[in-house]
Design a protein around this ligand. Sequence first.
Ligand code: UD1
Length: 420
Amino acid sequence: MDKIVIRGGRPLQGRIRVSGSKNASLPLMAACLLADGPSCLQNVPDVRDIRTMARMLEILGVKSERTDQALTLDPSGLASRPAPYELVSTMRASIYVLAPLLSRFGKAQVALPGGCAIGLRPIDQHLKGLEALGATVDLAHGYINAKAPHGLKGDEIYLDVASVGATVTILLAAVRAQGRTVLDHAACEPEIANLAEGLNAMGASISGAGSSRIVIEGVRNLRPATLTVIPDRIEAGTLALAGAMTSGEMIIENLPLAHLKALENKLRETGVALIPEGKQAFRVQRKEKKLTPVDIVTLPYPGFPTDLQAQWMALMCLAPGRSVITEAVWENRFMHVAELNRMGADIQIEGSNALVRGGNPLSGAQVMASDLRASAALILAGLVAEGETTVSRIYHLDRGYEHLEQKLSGLGADIQRVPE
Ligand code: UD1
């Protein structure tokens, strides 16, 4: 298992290009199952979750081929086989195969994902959506068994929580259902809009994606297409926070700033500006030497992303004074706190709030990543800590960041991947 070793204290300077979004690629990969021939996804990051999803699709009979940033998926040999626990348990987004299998074969069997490090992660809203479209769903022996022998039928669905995953499942199920589906309280994330755009390019009829009300007119068949994945706003946000923490002058390319509105606003309050450079790039500029402590609450898009909470906490460790970080999306997403405290931070957890007393200098230490975004937060802390920081268990990082250490090193950081 590799480790990341960082010697802190260098400002990050220069231009960096954001990779394609993992969280947008995964649903688009599942969407490819809905057509008969090969579809091609452009701008797919080379990260472990994408390889896991490709392996899952392979088990179902889908051929995949990668060239640079393009991934071609050919579902000609697709069959409704069980999606096994060994894969679903490593990546919850594997559940995205449930709806396309159900839509194409009238039956699907996918292992229940279960919990994970950041919380319980229920799937009741996915199943509620499928049942509203006419499926019968049984849970037995750790598997979801969904059946719709007479096809799916459009209906009105209201989600109790604006779940990204449930919105994906319902879109994938409703596109080939008979009649109209209206989904209210849908997730508004840009990744959902990207999925709808891809499905429409395949012949679907979806309007309103990116808002909380999505209307889907069912179509009989979808055709293969070439689909382009949007850039990764979480990677861009992570890099912006790295720039803010190290007081460098950094330009982040290939991301519309509109996808980072919440972060942009909170950064402005703390004394860091994100300045647009054309439509697809922005500059990170720390205006003040001393950062102002600023509270955040994580919320569904366009609220502050939970996937940037840990990295924001690393920034707040540098702001002299007290700030409160409220995690309102996941119930157990503060595992980075103990590790940041090992680096000299002063953070206390009270329920879903983390109280940060910032301003103490961080010192390099051996720390352990507990999940994908926590690993990024520890690397950010390492960039400004005095001395050497070693982050282990970085297989979490490799799930979702494409060569982060190489990108940071290209910006001037002293960072290396070392085989353990
Ligand atoms: C996606 C992202 C993940 C991000 C999360 C929230 C992917 C692959 N992952 O995860 O990085 O942290 O959105 O932005 O895109 N919930 C229910 N019932 C359900 C489904 C969800 O109660 O059926 C709850 C969850 O417990 C959680 C909240 O809804 O509290 C948000 O979950 P959801 O939006 O579904 O997250 P994911 O799609 O799993």
